[in-house]
Ligand binder design. Structure first.
Ligand SMILES: [Mg+2]
Length: 283
């Protein structure tokens, strides 16, 4: 596994430190992991009547829209929230809502990523981090896909929004997936979840092999129980994204190192940590 963050200086703020040695000492954050649902992806535009209206229209059966909306809502009632249905129970969307109809599935797969929106300031914030040499991965609770793994909902979202080239890997309970090829390249993650925290155990080990220590890595996500608490407990820096939902952090141990309402805040925030004498703000 190639080492991360050895390419050279990344944070060189004009008027501040210019000595190579000192600059190197300011480099802490080498890796950033992003949650998908309600973080990178903002579901505000995905109104059910639009999603199922577009899907049914494109198969020439607009009269089915109300039935599909109802069937989808039944899944939401069974699993609590749409994000849980979308990330963990997609096969049931195909079976229960789309009744195994291949044409309808293809229409749904085209409509969904198009209607999903990006988190506020996402492209700008991510490009900035990437251009500064920080490696970007996605860390998601994606537990199942329908059809080829390389066609999963997250990769389709990235492609539909021109974001795929910014990310390296998609880390999930299905394994570590190479964003460029859509292939699983590391099985160690299989069966491990964010909710149980074991996915982060594997991640910390994986990052260490790449030369990235826990406090050189930052996890960004919206859900304290999935993205913040288990990552923080394993020594990663954490940022809670509150641009879509602002969930209470719970106990002091679960509190993130920072909260942002827009990804446009990321560059200044990470640079601020890097510029602190002696560390990144937690030392
Ligand atoms: Mg989320």
């Amino acid at each position: 596994m190639p080492r991360v963050g050895t390419a050279g200086p990344r944070w060189c703020v004009p008027g501040q430190v210019t000595q190579a040695k000192e600059v190197r000492e300011l480099f802490y954050v080498k890796w950033a992991g992003f949650d998908y649902g309600e973080t990178l992806m903002d579901p505000s535009g995905l109104r059910n009547h639009l999603l199922w209206g577009d899907t049914c229209k494109s198969i020439g059966r607009p009269e089915l829209t109300a039935d599909k909306v109802k069937a989808y809502r039944q899944l939401r009632e069974a699993y609590g929230e749409y994000h849980t249905v979308k990330e963990g129970h997609r096969h049931e969307v195909y079976e229960h809502v789309l009744a195994g109809d291949d044409r309808a599935q293809r229409a749904f797969m085209e409509a969904e990523p198009r209607l999903l929106m990006e988190g506020d300031g996402l492209k700008w914030g991510l490009r900035y981090l990437r251009d500064e040499g920080i490696v970007l991965d996605i860390v998601s609770e994606l537990k199942g896909t329908v059809g080829p793994i390389g066609e999963n909902v997250i990769l389709r979202f990235l492609r539909a929004h021109g974001l795929a080239s910014l990310f390296r890997f998609l880390i999930t309970p299905l394994g570590k997936i190479d964003v460029a090829t859509g292939r699983i390249i590391d099985d160690r993650y299989r069966g491990h979840t964010k909710e149980e925290g074991t996915l982060f155990d594997v991640l910390v080990e994986d990052l260490a092999e790449q030369g990235v220590k826990g406090d050189e890595a930052v996890m960004v996500g919206d859900r304290p129980a999935f993205d913040i608490q288990p990552a923080r407990a394993r020594g990663l820096l954490t940022i809670q994204y509150v641009g879509y939902v602002d969930l209470p952090s719970g106990t002091p141990a679960a509190r993130p190192d920072a909260r942002i309402g827009s990804f446009a805040e990321l560059p200044g925030l990470v640079a601020g940590w890097e510029q602190r004498p002696g560390g990144n703000g937690r030392r």
